[in-house]
Design a protein around this ligand. Structure first.
Ligand SMILES: [Zn+2]
Length: 327
């Protein structure tokens, strides 16, 4: 655990928070619903927001998950972190949105009903698509009130990720909280255009993305790692008094590469998430369904397995194993 350096942090004041038109005074906890859109049934769809405003001054941190509506690990991480926070002990505020893409969430779907990707729609606008409006609401109601943030994701489709932090490590303050999180892997990742992380950075909000596990399920190890890492960030920011000690130090990745299927067939994966592999090591094989030669997947360089497909049925060109080289 790095040493707590409150002298370097800006001075904060004890203030009422205003979210969704409601006032949340210091030392209080509220759950509010911000209306997002009326469905064609006439029912209002709303964004559930938890606000824990500590009794003492400190920074504000947002936590959000399910920007992709089928990514559930982050939701559980946030709910467990909220359980651990006490208003009388917290310095600063946590503004938490366990499910951002409420449209996708109810459909168990990654996207918005019009197939837009919410994480390509930031910072959004008041007159754009449903995705753009939801992004704008999130920026103005949540991100604008914070100095720090953690955005939780999982692998998409059939893929699962080793728990990892993606962030602008070249920014010292962002690196400080990324290292405090102490995920198994961290790496410098430029923001994707339209992503929440990119829009938050433009507002000067230091934001981490935690990518871990796969969609449509709870991965218990990944959830534990996420809860502990988030508590360590809160501790690093001086918001809570103690946090779990980290295990091994993070693997800092440089270049990463997805290894793809040379042919279609059944995948026999030998590599596991989190495994250290040597150059030329056999990572798996793809066997044709009926006859023919197996194709082998070898590591093009020594590194760490940080992502993998979870399905044994693959087409030529499908991404199979995500390998990271040490920075
Ligand atoms: Zn995602």
């Amino acid at each position: 655990m790095s040493e707590l350096d409150t002298n370097a942090a800006p001075k904060y004041e004890n203030v009422d928070l205003r979210v969704g038109g409601e006032r949340i005074p210091p030392g209080s906890r509220r759950r509010i619903e911000i209306p997002v859109a009326r469905l064609f049934t006439g029912t209002w769809l709303s964004l559930p927001v938890w606000i824990v405003n500590g009794s003492q001054p400190g920074p504000s941190l947002f936590l959000d998950a399910a920007i992709h509506g089928d990514e559930l690990n982050g939701m559980e991480i946030i709910l467990r972190v909220l359980d651990r926070l006490r208003t009388d002990r917290l310095k600063g505020a946590v503004i938490a949105v366990p499910v951002v893409n409420v449209f996708g969430f109810v459909q168990k779907d990654r996207y918005l009903p019009d197939r837009r990707d919410l994480n390509r729609s930031f910072p959004g606008s008041t007159r754009g698509s449903t995705a753009a409006r939801l992004a704008y609401l999130f920026m103005t109601e949540i991100v604008a009130r914070c100095q720090y943030g953690i955005d939780f994701h999982t692998g998409s489709h059939d893929r699962s990720n080793l728990p990892q932090i993606r962030a602008r490590l070249s920014d010292p303050e962002t690196r400080r909280i990324a290292e405090a999180f102490a995920a198994p892997m961290i790496y410098e990742a430029k923001e994707i255009k339209g992503s929440l992380r990119g829009a938050a950075r433009k507002r000067g909000v230091h934001t981490l993305v935690y990518e871990a596990g796969g969609p449509q399920r709870f991965d218990s190890d990944v959830i534990d790692t996420g809860v502990e890492g988030t508590l360590r960030v809160l501790h690093e920011l001086g918001m809570i008094g103690s946090a779990p000690e980290p295990g091994a130090s993070s693997f800092e990745a440089g270049k990463t590469r997805w290894l793809r299927a040379a042919r279609s067939g059944i995948l026999y994966l030998e590599a596991e998430l989190g495994q250290r592999v040597k150059k030329d090591q056999l990572l798996g094989q793809v066997a044709p369904l009926f006859t023919g030669r197996r194709s082998q997947i070898h590591a093009p360089f020594s590194g760490l397995v940080i992502g993998a497909t979870m399905t044994p049925l693959v087409h030529q060109g499908d991404a199979l194993v995500h390998l990271a080289r040490r920075a």
